[in-house]
Design a protein around this ligand. Structure first.
Ligand SMILES: Nc1ncnc2c1ncn2[C@@H]1O[C@H](COP(=O)(O)OP(=O)(O)OP(=O)(O)O)[C@@H](O)[C@H]1O
Ligand SMILES: [Mg+2]
Length: 354
């Protein structure tokens, strides 16, 4: 490249040296022999080099020779010759009586004056502290994840203990009504325990709905279906993954609706099929529990809303979804749908019992 038309060579060189010397970043200007032409004050400060002793020294002679790293020297020489580029090259700077520093180097051959006058501008950043901080953060995150998993295991264990106490109480009480209440309470606790187990197995705190709903329904079926040839409970779920708080709500809704179907749809030992279905598309999803039982009582006053209706309505509202109860001819289909615009209509619907 032709020299700048107005700058006298000495003026240009002095200006370049002044710019490098005053740079706040550690910088070196070298010739093709890797002899120092200039170094920034911040380089001298950061690497304890006496600025007065610099001029005319080879890079390898800086300090006590700690910069004479053979790989770096050959890479810089190749860069000076135009064969290589030094970009984000990492070295450990080892000095006696000082801790090793991790450095990231970049070197550029300057497009300067004539081809014989090769100049290399080398920038050096010390990333030791940043790397230590990064590692510390990584370690803390790992530790937190381990603690969280441990906590989830403990919560899952405690929930199972509570559930088993409820079941034991259900076996002991005389009144059928109380026994049924205790069984339902057991099932509700178990639905949260099943979720906790899924969470303990997941690394990121998200829950895969298929294994969760499958385990949940297996647990409800095991405790509430007497004859599995007569009554079946099928689960059909896509590959959806949801956050823990959404999963816990969906799991409790499934629990209530499946318990309802098992308790109300098949009276007098009548058998049937219950199907739990969940599918999502982007942010929209539909959960349905369908049975082919006797259907909801024709007289609405006979379908008195119990705890189940309240739980389902509250959780549905929390999920910004809408409940619909339809006649499945035969049986009942309860559908919970979340669409982006559905939330507004939510409170207006489903004010009757399930
Ligand atoms: N799948 C169903 N088939 C037939 N009837 C149902 C079905 N689901 C609900 N019902 C009717 O709706 C009523 C209200 O249900 P809800 O879950 O609110 O209360 P519950 O099941 O009676 O009591 P709880 O849920 O507090 O144990 C039920 O009593 C039942 O008559
Ligand atoms: Mg119920």
């Amino acid at each position: 490249m032709a020299p700048h038309p107005t700058a006298h060579p000495d003026v240009a060189l002095n200006l370049a040296l002044a710019v490098i010397a005053s740079s706040t970043a550690p910088l070196l200007l070298l010739d093709d022999d890797l002899t120092l032409i200039a170094a920034s004050a911040s380089f001298c400060r950061s690497f304890q080099v006496d600025p007065a002793s610099l001029a005319g020294r080879a890079l390898g002679q800086l300090g006590s020779g700690e910069w004479a790293v053979p790989q770096l020297v050959s890479l810089l020489k190749a860069t000076a010759a135009g064969y290589a580029e030094v970009e984000g090259y990492e070295i450990d700077l080892n000095r006696a009586d000082r801790e090793t520093r991790r450095l990231v180097l970049n070197a550029k051959k300057l497009d300067y004056d004539s081809p014989e006058n090769v100049r290399l501008l080398v920038s050096v950043s010390d990333v030791t502290d940043a790397r230590i901080a990064e590692k510390l953060k990584d370690d803390m995150l790992k530790e937190k994840a381990v603690l969280l998993q441990e906590l989830q295991h403990r919560v899952a264990n405690s929930l199972q203990i509570i559930a088993s106490v409820l079941l034991q109480s259900a076996r002991k009480v005389q009144s059928d009504e109380t026994r049924n209440h205790l069984r339902d309470a057991h099932q509700r606790v178990m639905s949260v325990a099943a979720l906790q187990q899924q969470l303990a197995a997941s690394k990121v705190g998200d829950v895969e709905l298929r294994p969760y709903f499958t385990a949940l329904c297996a647990s409800i079926g095991a405790s509430m279906i007497r004859d599995h040839n007569q009554t079946t409970l099928d689960v059909s779920v896509d590959d959806s993954v949801t956050k823990a708080d959404v999963s816990v709500s969906l799991g409790l809704i499934v629990t209530e609706l499946v318990i309802n179907a098992l308790k109300h749809a098949f009276p007098a030992d009548r058998g049937g099929r219950i199907k739990v279905d969940y599918h999502s598309h982007g942010p929209n999803w539909v959960l349905s529990v369908t049975d082919d039982g006797v259907g909801m009582p024709a007289v609405t006053t006979d379908a008195k809303p119990g705890l189940g209706t309240n739980i389902v309505q509250a959780l549905t509202a929390q999920l910004r979804a809408v409940v619909r109860v339809a006649d499945a001819n035969p049986g009942t289909a309860v559908t919970i749908a979340h669409t982006q615009i559905a939330a507004v209509r939510n409170s207006a619907t489903a004010d009757r019992a399930l």
